[in-house]
Every structure is written in C-alpha cells, then in structure tokens.
Ligand binder design. Structure first.
Ligand code: PEP
Ligand code: MG
Length: 556
C-alpha cells in the first residue's frame, strides 16, 4: 500500500530519489563590536583560529582529492588559501591587539581582498574564494556547521530554504540525488539548474523546515512529494522503477518530429561546456539556449574577450555542425552578475536586467559579441545569437545590427508580453524568435516566478500565456521565420505537443527532458497537437487547459 506523503510541494524535476537528508547551513554573520580579548586569552584565540583554519584546509583538500578536473584544482587552491601564511599572519596580528578572532579573520580578509582586486586578473578572481574560506574558518572556530552546501559522504537529498544559482551550478549529481526547497517556483533557477543536472527536485515544499537532517526520505519529483522513513525495500523498488522508465524513454533517438513526420526540432538548454558535452549524449539536435550568464555568477570582474571566447568555444565544439543558440548575458533580478554593476532596485525583476544592462555597462555587449565571433572563427561554426528581455522593436533593431556586424545570426527572446504582441515588428529586424515561457508567464500573470505562494499563477499552462505564444508563432509563420520555445514549458512532454500545435518550430529543454519530450511528440500527429492547442486555448485555467489538451491528444 502506498503511504500518503509527509511533505508536498510543486513538482519541478521528475525522478525519484531515496536517501538521507542534508541541509544547507547559513553563512556566519560577521558581528562587529564584540568586547576586546583580554591579553591573557589572546594566544589561546590564535591557536584556536589556526587549528580551525587547518581543519578547514584539510577538509577542502580531502574533497579535492576525491574530485577531478577543474573542481579538484579549485579545491586544492582553496585549501592552500586557508593555510596562507600571509593571511593567517594578518589575522594573528589583529588578535594580538585584542581584536576578537572572528572579527580579525574578517578584517584581514578585507585587507587581502582589496589587494587582490587592485592586482586584477587571476588574483581578483580569488576574492570570492578567500571570502568563502573566511566563512568556513569562522564557522569552524565558532563550532557551527560548515556554511553553504555541505559535501556529503554518501548520496543525499539536499534541503534548503532556497539555493542561489551559484550554489546549484556546482552540485555533484552523484552525491546530491534529490533537491527540496522551501521557496522557489517550478521555473526558478534552482529548478532550471536541477533539471539541467538531472536531479529530481521539488520546490515550494510546505513546512519542509520540520524535516530533520539524517532522516531518510523518498523524494518524488513528478508528484512533488516527500515521504519520511518509508519502507526501504519499497523505496528502492520505486527508485529502480523510475530509472527503468527513464531508460525506456531515453531509447528515443530523434530527430524531433510528430508521428506523421512534421519536424519540430528538440534541442538542449545548457549552461557551460560541461553541460553541452553532457547534452551531446542525449538525442538533442542542437543547443536552443546557452545561458551565458551562468558561467560568470561567481566572478567579480568581467572575463576578458579571450576567456569568454574559450568558454563559448567549448559549447560550439560540443555541437559542431549543429544548431547552437547563444544568449547574451541575462544578468539581473535573481541572476545578478557583480561585474554588471546592478544598483539596488526596489523591484529588480522589472528593473535593469537582460539586454537593459548593456546601456549601463559601456561595451559589455560588444565585447561579448567579439568573444562569440572569435569562438565561431576558431571552431569554424557560426552560432545564432539572441538577446534576453527585449521589449521593443527598437531594441530588436539595435541588437540585430550589432549581431550582424559580427557576421552572426540575430534573434530575440519573447519574454515580455509587449514583445509577443509586437512579434511581427520584431521579426523585421531579426531572423528568429525564442519564447522564454518562464519570464513570459511571470510578466503576463504579474506573478514573481520565485514565489511559492503564486505557483498556480506562474504556470505556463495559463491560457493567457498560451495565447501570447500563439501570437508569436503566428508572426513567425507570416514572416517565414522560426519561433522556438526555450522556457521550462518545453520540458513538459504534454505541453510540448500543445506548443507544437500552436506553431512553435523547435523546443529547447534540459538535456534530461529531451528524450521524454521527443518520445511524446513522436507518438502524436500534428493534427492532434493542433486540436490540443485549440482545446487548451479555449479553457479558463491551467488545470482545465492540461486536461483538455490530454483529452485531445488521446483522441485518435
Ligand atoms: C525564460 O524566461 O523562459 C528563459 C528561458 O530565460 P531564463 O529562465 O534564463 O530567465
Ligand atoms: Mg528569462
């Protein structure tokens, strides 16, 4: 008999995991103004701080030896930072004057990070690393759990209030086998990155705080449910069955087409070279969205043109000879980039984000296009380049000119309702459109995509959203230009059929979803997709839209 779930939330990434729970720990708050350390205690504080630093260094080094490639190099370098004589010397000097150890570690770190920033280049990149080491050493010194995402010693389900993209991007899918968060919606970046890594994920889980670390849970990413301490044999059987089902759908080999042979390309969303190489192992026909900003979330300074070109080149190489759509930096809102100099805004999702950062940061777009052109020349493969958050035809025109001047093919994203409504005009200036249903839903429904309370509004099945997708697709048909979807809607096999029925010409989703989407599309005719689209458009709610579409797809 199946037990009712103990915790429920919004399903974000399908799949089943059975493992013990680990929680992220908060970064220590740097409290200042504590009483000075009496002279007699200063040597003890120095010894305790040094021992905390040695423990942290040892822990990071152990992780480094268990990792490989770049991760191993980064961890080894960070271990060395925790034991850096100059830094520890500066901390001890401050303790010797009576500064409490945690405050001394923070102050010495500030001295060093200022110096690193002035030196620029590779040293400047170490600023984030030293701050991370500082937080770990202070937490260890104060006897608190290691901050951030712990590295578990066995496969675990990671629970968190929310995860920053910078945290999620570095997750090891062999160790973090499931994710559950208190906050976030199905299109939050936590969910997007989890999907890209193929980690089953449930977001907006009510009362998740009550789930203690170490408890075994069965996490079902499709049902959006967590069951605590289930029968181990039954839980393992569920995990095996889910694996088997995913193996069956992964037997789909492409290319994307309906059962009556109408092509609808199924592409992959990627975040870097490693993601692209992983996506190449799926049946994805190309890359429909390369989110370039995700490569730079941890950077304090804009990477040089050459460094950017090397990174973009990795993705082009992985899909050489196939379609690759590179998106220019979509910085801002929940994906701030330090080098994009965001100001404090009361409402950043409606603020300077996406293409709008180009106006504030002289040359940032030009340098990124230089880098993409350089990568294209080096690899001998010309990508398509699109801009995020376009709202007007004038923005599309200026972006189109800039991209063509680099001998690249321009397109724009449809994420703002104004852009969908003006799609005909936008298409006068660019060669393709790509609908970002995550933001299009957020802006159409005036509902923050990060809000767990508004999850039923931030649902791309909302008929109003489907109607705007239909408007953009119709404009593409009139102009004879392709219109794809690269938001999370394309990862839902049933919704993917509806989108095809609305006239969408390609679907780009996380590599982990490619086979399921392709297999579903291959099981229905384009006529059935069109009927499903009409049926969904004629409803009043996401639930009714999905039911109507399912009914239409099942009717021969
Ligand atoms: C979207 O908004 O649908 C999209 C693909 O962009 P992102 O999720 O990166 O904002
Ligand atoms: Mg978007």
């Amino acid at each position: 008999m199946t037990r009712a779930a103990d915790f429920t939330g919004t399903p974000a990434v399908p799949g089943v995991a059975y493992a013990p729970v680990i929680w992220t720990s908060p970064r220590p708050e740097l409290v200042t103004g504590r009483p000075r350390v009496p002279e007699a205690d200063r040597d003890d504080q120095k010894t305790a701080l040094r021992s905390a630093a040695a423990t942290v260094a040892g822990r990071i080094r152990d992780r480094g030896s268990a990792a490989s490639g770049v991760a191993a190099e980064v961890l080894t370098a960070n271990a060395a930072l925790a034991e850096d004589r100059g830094w520890l010397g500066a901390v001890e000097k401050l303790i010797a004057t009576g500064t409490p150890a945690a405050e001394a570690a923070a102050e010495a770190t500030d001295q060093f990070t200022t110096l690193f920033a002035q030196m620029g280049g590779l040293m400047a990149e170490r600023v984030t690393d030293l701050r991370d080491v500082r937080d770990r050493v202070i937490a260890e010194f104060e006897g608190r759990p290691e901050p951030g995402i712990p590295t578990p010693s066995e496969p675990s389900v990671l629970c968190a209030d929310d995860l920053a993209p910078a945290d999620t991007a570095g997750l090891d899918a062999d160790l973090i086998v499931g994710i559950a968060t208190v906050l976030g919606g199905p299109t939050s970046h936590t969910a997007i990155i989890a999907r890209q890594l193929g980690i089953p994920c449930v977001v907006a889980v009510r009362e998740l705080e009550g789930l203690g670390a170490g408890r075994f849970v069965l996490l079902d990413g499709e049902a959006g449910a967590l069951t605590v301490d289930p029968d181990p044999a039954l839980a393992r059987a569920r995990v095996d069955a889910a694996r088997e089902e995913s193996r069956r759908s992964t037997s789909w080999t492409g290319p994307g087409r309906t059962s009556d042979g109408i092509p609808v390309a199924v592409l992959a969303n990627v975040q870097d070279g490693a993601g692209a190489r992983a996506a190449r192992d799926t049946a994805a026909e190309g890359v429909g969205l390369f989110r370039t900003e995700l490569c730079f979330l941890d950077r304090d300074f804009e990477p040089s043109v050459q460094e950017q070109a090397d990174i973009y080149g990795e993705v082009l190489e992985a899909f050489a000879g196939r379609k690759v759509v590179i998106r220019t930096l979509d910085a801002g809102s929940d994906k701030p980039l330090r080098f994009a100099h965001h100001q404090d805004e009361p409402n950043p999702a409606l603020g300077v984000r996406g293409i709008r950062i180009a106006a504030r940061n002289a040359g940032i777009l030009e340098r990124q296009l230089d880098a993409i052109a350089l990568a294209a020349e080096h690899v001998g493969h010309r990508p398509l380049v699109m801009a995020p958050m376009i709202s007007t035809a004038a923005e599309a025109a200026s972006f189109g000119d800039a991209v063509r001047a680099h001998e690249l093919v321009p397109g724009v994203m449809i994420e703002v309702p104004a852009a969908a409504l003006q799609a005909d005009r936008l298409l006068r200036h660019v060669d393709f459109l790509s609908v970002g249903t995550n933001d299009l839903t957020q802006y159409t429904m005036a509902a923050d995509r990060m809000s767990s309370e508004l999850a039923s509004l931030t649902d791309p099945w909302q008929p109003a959203v489907l109607s705007l997708v239909a408007t953009a697709a119709a404009a593409g048909r009139r102009a004879g230009k392709p219109v794809g979807v690269c938001g999370e809607a394309a990862a839902d096999p049933v919704l993917a059929c509806v989108l095809a029925g609305l006239g969408i010409t390609s679907l780009s989703c996380a590599g982990a979803a490619v086979a399921r989407v392709g297999a579903k599309l291959g099981s229905v005719t384009m006529g059935a997709c069109a009927r499903a689209a009409d049926a969904a458009l004629a409803t009043d709610s996401p639930v009714a839209a999905r039911a109507a579409a399912l009914g239409a797809l099942e009717t021969p």
